[in-house]
Design a protein around this ligand. Structure first.
Ligand code: NAG
Ligand code: NAG
Ligand code: NAG
Ligand code: NAG
Ligand code: NAG
Ligand code: NAG
Ligand code: NAG
Ligand code: NAG
Ligand code: NAG
Length: 575
């Protein structure tokens, strides 16, 4: 109605400018029925921006219409409201719209008429506006609209529909808010309809009725004018549970079409289907006019998407054309999974590395004992390790070094594990020159084992080793021979040591001696010996048969020092 009104205002009506600078606009005649509420909104398209003041006047009076809600006729916001309108209210009413730099005076000719609802003599009345003259299309689903325009202060009850004074009932009729839907219209549906509602204002109840003259038209087949649904395209829409969703149905159709456009689910109008919760609603139809056709838009609003909405086709109907949307739960976020997977993978990798570092020695030794062949390694070498050790001047230290090198090392590495060691002072031939011994034998060894004692306790490693030895092992280290550094006691200060030793200590660390110096209590399975064996060339250890081994070495391997336990300083001193 309002769009029609706007058209009328902007095209057909004469415009003139008065002395007070206000443009006069004459609207069409309004013909309200007497004895019921009537309201008219003062709207005029050009004045939309900025602050505007709207004032209603009656019959060119200089006194504005009162704004007191207690009066029968009063201004309510932009409206003039009659509660109710009487025959004597006929006349010209003006509303003045004043903007910052514009002024419009709208003239409304109100001609109050008396209508008799159950009287069929409607034809006696002057021309009725489109509101009261509606058409139903035979063979289609169509609807009638009860035009009820009132300000927000008026509360409208549900609309009742009557045809020829009888309440409308039946399967084909559905009424919702101000509309009456008629499915499968037949020519018998023509006639006089009345829509009626109760209006509540300031605690008072009023009855509002509109009579509508309904005619039916045969289905007109426009050549190739089947409405075209541009969107939706029977597509699915991914939407999160619980969110709000608005989907447009866009249709192009001929300008003179009479098609009904709506949203349905389960072949029921969504507004009817969700009449109670109003969770899913159809929007008000709007259209944009083009040269050849109109583009209609009807949206559907899901206030809150629920589980039951997924997978259900929501159909947009436009005449004979239909298209639907189906809601879908969004696919799980692939990236989140990818990142999660990578993090998990990294965590696993980190823990594997961590665990490996803790159990590295045990794993390697277990692997060797399980898979390494017992045979000797064929690399042309004779010995597994060359043992290089100082001769400290301090008595107790010399005892300790001798006990370790001459008794304990042979016991564990040679007897229990089957390694072959070259120990200077044990394995050289008597009378051989020191330089020759080293020259000949060191090159036949796979490892160089260096025993170091704390500098503070003796005369330092440098002073206690023959110079040749130092030269040789420096060369060997440079050759890439693996060196096993064994500290007899914690060494605080390495700076006095040869550079190569410092380097090895820094790069590979040293193994600190653990345990006492009795031959019998040594076991290849203690932490210290495991570390030494780990650095030694691969070999299966302890040697089989284990029974024999146990006889000679009644060590309780479980009783070996635990990971990280400290050497007891007293053990050294007691020797
Ligand atoms: C009434 O008119 C005013 C402008 O004058 C407009 O803002 C408002 O939307 C109109 N109300 C209705 C229900 O058309
Ligand atoms: C308004 O003026 C017209 C004549 O211009 C008159 O017939 C009508 O009775 C007046 N109405 C009111 C309510 O004063
Ligand atoms: C208002 O409209 C009625 C009905 O068409 C007409 O008789 C009357 O003269 C009009 N009044 C004015 C002031 O134009
Ligand atoms: C009704 O309106 C039509 C055009 O809309 C016009 O031809 C006809 O003369 C009008 N009849 C009356 C009684 O005003
Ligand atoms: C439907 O048409 C309206 C108006 O032209 C437009 O704003 C909207 O984006 C269109 N929607 C779709 C889904 O095409
Ligand atoms: C649609 O119909 C199906 C079965 O025909 C029913 O299970 C479902 O609840 C209906 N949905 C709505 C929204 O009425
Ligand atoms: C909703 O519709 C059902 C049947 O279609 C009806 O029984 C019920 O009264 C309606 N509720 C409202 C609030 O209109
Ligand atoms: C949906 O339609 C209503 C009118 O019924 C309108 O106010 C609203 O802006 C529309 N929503 C969208 C997103 O187009
Ligand atoms: C969409 O589905 C309806 C019926 O389910 C069908 O009539 C229409 O042709 C389909 N549209 C498209 C574009 O596939």
């Amino acid at each position: 109605m309002w769009s029609l009104l706007f058209c009328g205002l902007s095209i057909a009506l004469p415009l003139s400018v008065r002395a007070d600078g206000c443009k006069d606009i004459f609207t069409r005649i309004e013909m309200p029925s007497a004895n019921q509420p009537f309201a008219f909104n003062c709207t005029f398209p050009p004045v939309t921006s900025g602050e505007v003041s709207i004032t209603w006047y009656k019959n060119s009076s200089k006194i504005p219409v009162s704004k007191s809600t207690q009066l029968r006729i009063h201004q309510d916001e932009t409206w003039i409201l009659f509660l109710p309108i009487a025959l004597g209210d006929s006349g010209i009413y003006q509303c003045v719209i004043k903007g910052r730099d514009s002024c419009h005076r709208i003239h409304v000719n109100l001609t109050v008429i008396e209508k008799h609802w159950c009287d069929t003599s409607v034809s006696g009345l002057p021309n009725l506006s489109d509101e009261y003259r509606q058409i139903l299309h035979v063979g289609k689903d169509d609807s009638l609209t009860c035009h009820l325009h009132f300000p927000e202060s008026c509360i409208l009850d549900s609309t009742m529909w009557y045809k020829d004074c009888n309440e409308i009932k039946g399967e084909r009729f559905t009424h919702l808010e101000t509309k009456l839907f008629v499915s499968n219209v037949s020519p018998e549906d023509r006639g006089n309809y009345v829509c009626q509602t109760i209006l509540l204002h300031s605690g008072k109840k009023y009855k509002v009725s509109n009579s509508i003259t309904v005619s039916t038209t045969e289905r007109v087949e426009y050549g190739g004018s089947i409405p075209k649904i541009i969107y939706p395209k029977n597509n699915s829409i991914e939407v999160q549970l619980g969110t709000t969703l608005i989907v447009d149905c866009n249709i192009t159709d001929t300008k003179d079409n009479t098609n009904l456009r709506c949203w349905r689910v389960n072949n029921t109008l969504v507004d009817v289907c969700y009449n109670e919760s109003k969770r899913i609603r159809e929007g008000v139809e709007s259209y944009v006019s083009f040269q050849e056709h109109n583009l209609y838009t009807v949206n559907i609003t899901f206030l809150e998407v629920k589980m039951e909405d997924y997978g259900l086709p929501f159909m947009c109907h436009a005449g004979v054309s239909t298209a639907y949307i189906i809601l879908q739960l969004p696919a799980p976020d692939f990236r989140a999974y990818l990142i999660g997977g990578l993090i998990a993978l990294m965590a696993v990798a980190v823990s594997v590395v961590y665990i490996y570092n803790i159990f590295k020695i045990d794993i390697v030794l277990w692997y060797r004992s399980a898979f390494h062949p017992t045979g000797t390694i064929e690399d042309g070498k004779l010995y597994d390790a060359y043992v290089l050790y100082p001769k400290p001047h301090k008595e107790s230290q010399r005892h300790a070094v001798d006990a370790l090198v001459l008794k304990i090392l042979p016991e564990v590495l040679e007897r229990q594990c089957g390694y072959k060691l070259f120990i200077f002072g044990r394995d050289e031939f008597p009378g051989q020159a020191v330089a020759n011994v080293i020259d000949e034998n060191v090159k036949l060894c796979r490892r160089l084992m260096v025993i170091v004692v704390p500098e503070s306790l003796g005369f330092g490693l440098l002073k206690n080793l023959p110079e040749e030895q130092i030269a040789v092992y420096s060369a060997l280290i440079q050759d890439g021979m693996k060196v096993i550094l064994i500290e007899l006691e914690k060494i605080e200060d390495y700076t006095a040591m040869p550079e190569s030793i410092q380097y090895i200590r820094q790069k590979h660390g040293a193994i600190r001696w653990h345990g006492d110096f009795t031959e019998q209590s040594q076991c290849a399975k203690t932490k210290f010996w495991k570390t030494v064996r780990y650095h030694m060339p691969p070999r299966r250890c302890p040697l089989s048969p284990p029974v024999q081994l146990l006889q000679h070495t009644p060590c309780n391997c479980m009783a070996g020092p635990k990971l990280g336990s400290r050497r007891k300083k007293s053990t050294l001193r007691t020797v």
